[in-house]
Design a protein around this ligand. Structure first.
Ligand code: FAD
Length: 396
């Protein structure tokens, strides 16, 4: 057991923090209000090596360990949830899934440019009639010689208008239920593909989220990821990595809530003293701090299991569930501490509260994670070794 960060990790945190302080925080209120961020940020994320931080160097990444990815996510979400969400889908849900399940050819063609940040990846699982209940999906891919014909619709897909490559899940055999779902790598440029952003989101307004449409999209057979019928397992293993990044980001959001609240507690006076000296206000700060430390430990434990190359669905689910709940509560309390001023754009805490809600919904809702944990405790569920496991770290 080692609670120390390595020198490399400390430097990485410093680099991302400086970037966020200089290039995100001064502009984020404007981007949040305008519904998107400056596309130049993608280039900067790539220049800093943040688009493939835990991807092996031979595939264009920085070759760092999985807790380094957690550090990147923490620091990005300290700036805004939209940037962490981008890394979650690009690296956590897409690139790491290619690392785990892709053939050498698929890694060369898709993972390498993604890890370098030359291409952007996203993840299309959710449909209008299938969110928590993944198997209720209706997208279908029919084999036709050397390709598949894909039809269907996905919704609430992060980076829908921005990504170049999508991991898309569709039935190839409806009779087989979960075992009839397959995973495909789909390119934006292919005929029959289109996307449309969702307007009027409650939070993560600087981020792009929306729908994907597939009308007779011709997908080459070599773009099947894993085997036919393995899509459900691939989707769930992708979520083990996505949820890890969401949990780490939530830690960063709690950190922002603490920073903003401590500053305000020292500035604002009522009844002749700074509000931080009122015990009930101090109690809110203390609870934020507890949530911060507990969430961090859960995240780094999950990251350490990833480094060791062992299944971590249970530990990652617990980290995601708890960290997101703590972040949502911390953001609510941060607004409370700011009183009426928190209820406006004058301070960032209202944005934190809006942003903290989606992570309680995506990548497994609070209720789904609660039920998963109950099943583990009751012995109704156990994590078994998968046909393809995520590579352990250090990479070969
Ligand atoms: C900002 C944002 C970004 C997203 N990005 C992506 C993305 O990139 N890719 C992607 O594929 N998806 C994405 N999603 C979709 C997200 O993963 C789904 O919204 C999520 O899985 C929940 O599905 P749903 O919204 O259909 O809710 P539902 O599944 O319809 O659930 C509705 C409510 O019922 C509860 N519920 C459902 N089943 C049960 C049960 N068995 N027991 C108890 N309670 C239950 C849920 O917890 C929830 O409270 C995103 C969502 C948001 C908000």
């Amino acid at each position: 057991m080692n609670f120390e960060f390595t020198e490399e990790q400390t430097l990485l945190r410093k680099t991302v923090r400086q970037f966020v302080d200089a290039e995100i925080i001064p502009y984020i209120a404007e981007w949040d209000a305008g519904g998107g961020f400056d596309p130049k940020i993608w280039k900067r994320l790539a220049e800093l090596g943040l688009m493939g931080v835990c991807v092996p160097e031979k595939y264009g990444g920085a070759g760092m360990d999985y807790n380094s990815l957690a550090i990147v996510c923490e620091e990005l979400e300290r700036g805004d949830t939209a940037f962490r969400t981008a890394v979650s889908v690009h690296t956590g849900l897409n690139s790491m899934t290619l690392m785990q399940w892709g053939t050498e050819e698929q890694k060369e063609k898709y993972l390498l440019p993604q890890a370098k940040g030359e291409k952007i990846g996203a993840f299309g699982l959710t449909e209008p009639g299938a969110g928590s209940d993944v198997a209720a999906m209706s997208s279908f891919a029919k084999r036709n010689g050397d390709h598949y014909i894909l039809n269907g619709q996905k919704t609430w897909i992060s980076l829908c208008d921005i990504a170049d490559h999508f991991l898309v899940f569709a039935y190839t055999d409806k009779e087989k239920a979960h075992h009839g779902i397959s995973a495909f790598i789909v390119e934006r440029e292919w005929a029959g593909f289109s996307s449309k952003a969702i307007k009027g989101k409650y939070g993560i307004r600087a981020g792009n989220t929306g729908e994907l449409f597939f009308e007779d999209v011709k997908v080459p057979a070599e773009n099947l990821l894993g085997e036919e019928g393995e899509g459900f397992k691939i989707a769930m293993s992708a979520l083990d990595n996505g949820r890890f990044t969401v949990a780490a980001g939530a830690v960063g959001l709690i950190q922002s809530c603490i920073e903003a609240s401590v500053k305000y507690c020292k500035e604002r006076e009522t009844f002749g003293k700074p509000i931080g000296e009122h015990q009930l206000v101090g109690q809110m700060l203390a609870k934020m701090e507890a949530g911060y430390e507990m969430s961090r430990l859960l995240v780094y434990r999950a990251g350490e299991l990833k480094n060791k190359g062992v299944r971590n669905t249970r530990e990652t689910s617990l980290a995601k569930w708890q960290a997101c709940d703590f972040a949502n509560k911390a953001a609510d309390d941060a607004v409370q501490i700011h009183g009426a001023y928190g209820y406006s754009d004058e301070y960032p805490v209202a944005r934190y509260l809006r942003n903290s809600k989606a992570p309680v919904i995506y990548e497994g809702t609070r209720e789904i994670h609660t039920m998963m944990q109950a099943d583990y405790v009751l012995g109704k569920r156990a994590d078994k070794k998968l046909r393809r496991m995520l590579q352990s770290w250090p990479f070969e």
